[in-house]
Design a protein. Structure first.
Length: 106
């Protein structure tokens, strides 16, 4: 008799670039829910839809990364949990900081 074994494959890649502009790296959600909410509290798209979306509105990461291994390149989307691990701080803290465009001379 054969035994069915499930396994999750892992692929090791190196991130070579983040494909983000000044505002498209995050979005607004509410409470513990990951769904995007409207730009303003109380707007028509700002409706409650689950039991996790109680609480404060906050920024969450949505970062497009370009990664490669020895077989080629892929675009990956890093959501809040992964991007927060890499960045070391929540998106709302990064948004508060004054981020200087890379074209500006120091
Ligand atoms: Zn929700």
């Amino acid at each position: 008799m054969l035994t069915k074994v499930q396994c999750q494959p892992w692929i090791s890649v190196e991130i070579v670039a983040l494909n983000v502009g000044s505002t498209d790296w995050c979005y607004t959600a509410r409470g513990g829910c990951a769904k995007k909410v409207g730009p303003e509290e109380g707007s028509s798209s700002d409706t409650k839809h689950c039991n996790k979306d109680n609480g404060e509105r906050t920024e969450r990461y949505k970062v497009e990364a370009i990664a490669h291994d020895n077989t080629g390149c892929i675009n990956l989307l890093m959501w809040d949990r992964e991007a927060k691990k890499l960045c070391g701080k929540p998106a709302k803290e990064v948004k508060k900081e004054k981020v200087r465009p890379h074209t500006e001379k120091i």
